[in-house]
Design a protein around this ligand. Structure first.
Ligand SMILES: Nc1ncnc2c1ncn2[C@@H]1O[C@H](COP(=O)(O)OP(=O)(O)O)[C@@H](O)[C@H]1O
Ligand SMILES: CCCC(=O)OP(=O)(O)O
Length: 355
């Protein structure tokens, strides 16, 4: 039976899996020592540490007698703006990933690990729908200040996989349907998806949209300017806005379940921060609904936080007037990556070259 290896690095763990076309055969979320990871300035410098553990998983779980490995697929990192689809991992992707040219995000390790593993097993390696899949309208790029251009950086992989799944349930092609899709997890991206293309989205990595469990989202500019002239370095400020903000910054935990427990125990600060979170997510959904002029099939809510019934019910109080809402809890990234790998090896999708 043909199988593919899938590798999806996150900030503290690396999800790995062996998939056949029928689904996952073996999956694991390898937790890394966060204190060890923190020692590296660039995430790409974590390569040796993570690769060793990822390689061990595949060596232990891949049965060569039973299965035929046909490709290795890694999560696609921030690159220059690209079209959606499957990309062969080439030297240019590796160069941009290694230098963390477009963001110091864990997904840079996806292509690096996939490529080395694929070489060892002598099969091709790919990425699919990377973070910078970009089909912005011209009006989405303009910021309000000449020289600052808005960036399209989102959870494109899960956004598109979720929308594809919903369109399929309606017996429609993704190309024929519009959605507002909200990926609400450790990072948040909320987009206007027109016929499968991301036309507008908050920058899910830095500086736009609702605050997330660890990220700051949109901030008042005067506060940001003051911080830039404090004793903090650029790297420290970026880190604060990426990992020491949101629930983590206000409440000391990035876990919504912990936040909800605090509220149940009468914590007033937690209650305020949680209500603000719902308010900000709702406003962002409203923005993207307006971006599509109300012309969409449904609002799709996905990501880890969509598991929370309380969150969904509180959010609906704000946004139900906008139309249908469908919830797809969790993220289908591993499945989406595996499907893309099989389409690529079977020649059922174009394999693109990044240059
Ligand atoms: N069952 C759940 N109920 C409430 N919140 C949840 C649940 N499962 C996950 N979460 C929250 O989802 C967030 C992480 O989302 P996830 O999509 O897994 O993030 P990432 O993959 O970006 O780390 C955390 O704040 C976590 O507390
Ligand atoms: C928005 C880009 C991708 C991203 O932020 O992923 P995580 O939420 O998994 O860190």
């Amino acid at each position: 039976m043909d199988v593919v290896f899938v590798i999806n690095p996150g900030s503290t763990s690396t999800k790995v899996a062996i998939f056949s076309e029928k689904g996952a055969i073996k999956e694991e979320n390898i937790s890394h020592d966060f204190e060890e990871l923190k020692k590296f300035k660039l995430v790409s410098e974590q390569f040796d540490l993570r690769f060793k553990e990822v390689e061990k998983f595949f060596l232990e779980n891949f049965d060569r007698e039973k299965y035929n490995l046909v490709a290795v697929m890694g999560r696609g990192c921030p690159l220059k703006p690209v079209e959606g689809g499957v990309y062969r991992i080439n030297d240019k992707i590796l160069e941009d990933a290694k230098s963390c040219k477009y963001s110091n995000h864990a997904s840079n390790l996806g292509s690096m690990i996939a490529h080395k593993l694929a070489k060892e097993f002598n099969v091709p390696s790919f990425i699919a729908d990377p973070v910078t899949v970009d089909n912005f309208w011209d009006i989405s790029r303009v910021s309000g200040f000449p020289g600052i251009v808005r960036k399209c950086r989102s959870h494109a992989l899960n956004i598109k996989a979720t929308a594809r799944r919903d369109a399929k349930s309606l017996n429609k092609k993704l190309e024929d349907v519009n959605y507002v899709v909200a990926h609400i997890g450790g990072g948040i991206s909320i987009c206007a998806l027109e016929g499968g293309k991301i036309r507008d989205v908050n920058d899910g990595l830095l500086g736009e949209g609702p605050f997330s469990p660890t990220r700051a989202g949109t901030l008042p500019l005067n506060g940001v300017i003051n911080l830039c002239f404090s004793e903090k370095s650029k790297e420290e400020i970026e880190k604060d806005f990426s990992v020491n903000s949101g629930f983590q910054g206000y409440l000391g935990t990035a876990d919504l379940r912990e936040v909800l427990k605090k509220i149940e125990n009468g914590d007033k600060e937690a209650d305020l921060i949680y209500r603000t979170f719902v308010f900000q997510v709702a406003k962002e959904i409203g923005r993207e609904a307006a971006a599509l002029k109300g012309n969409f099939e449904a609002i799709l809510i996905t990501g880890g936080i969509a598991h929370s019934e309380k969150f969904i019910s509180d959010l609906k109080e704000y946004i139900s007037f906008l139309g249908k809402i469908r919830v797809y809890p969790g993220e289908g990234e591993m499945q989406a990556l595996a499907e893309a790998a099989f389409l690529a090896v079977k020649g059922e999708t174009e394999i693109k070259e990044y240059s």
